[in-house]
Design a protein around this ligand. Sequence first.
Ligand code: IMP
Ligand code: MG
Length: 181
Amino acid sequence: MELQKPAPFISADQIAVRVRELGEKITADYPNQKITVICILKGSVIFFSDLIRMIDRPIECEFMCLSSYGNQMQSSGEVKVTLDLKNPIEGKHVLVVEDIVDSGLTLHYTLNQLRLRRPASLRCASLLYKPQAVKPEIKSELVIDYVGFEIPSRFVVGYGLDYAENYRGLPFVGTLDNVEE
Ligand code: IMP
Ligand code: MG
């Protein structure tokens, strides 16, 4: 099957510059702490891998896989944890790394679940953020501490993000024709 070629939207160079900036900011924000960095699989895996190499602090890596019920393009808000963290996070400084915040439902749910485990602190980073897509009732509660890029409500792929499991390996973020949200 021929896959459509995504149109470049955020280049690999732009991403690299921004990820370095975020890493420097995170390094400065955690002066003396070890950070437990949680990769939300699968979409965040590339961003997570690049980001942790830009954080000049001791870190512990954890992985969590969530599946949200819904179709390929929209989550329903019901989130299931399909792979949980290996270790407890109680008393730890936790940074959750997401690929994209669209409706905000997934990150909102994840943060609420993790907060119940009583970390010493809980922050989050998202490479992409669609401010116009976030549900109003969530927007007032959801603080994204580190945002890579604010983008319009377009469907994007690449750098970890997929469309039906394709395109995750693209080194840049691109848009697809005829895939409007
Ligand atoms: P939410 O709507 O903020 O809960 O986003 C849920 C999930 O949908 C994200 O973690 C992504 O995996 C996926 N998603 C949302 N928008 C996009 C997009 O533009 N491209 C690819 N995946 C997306
Ligand atoms: Mg995701």
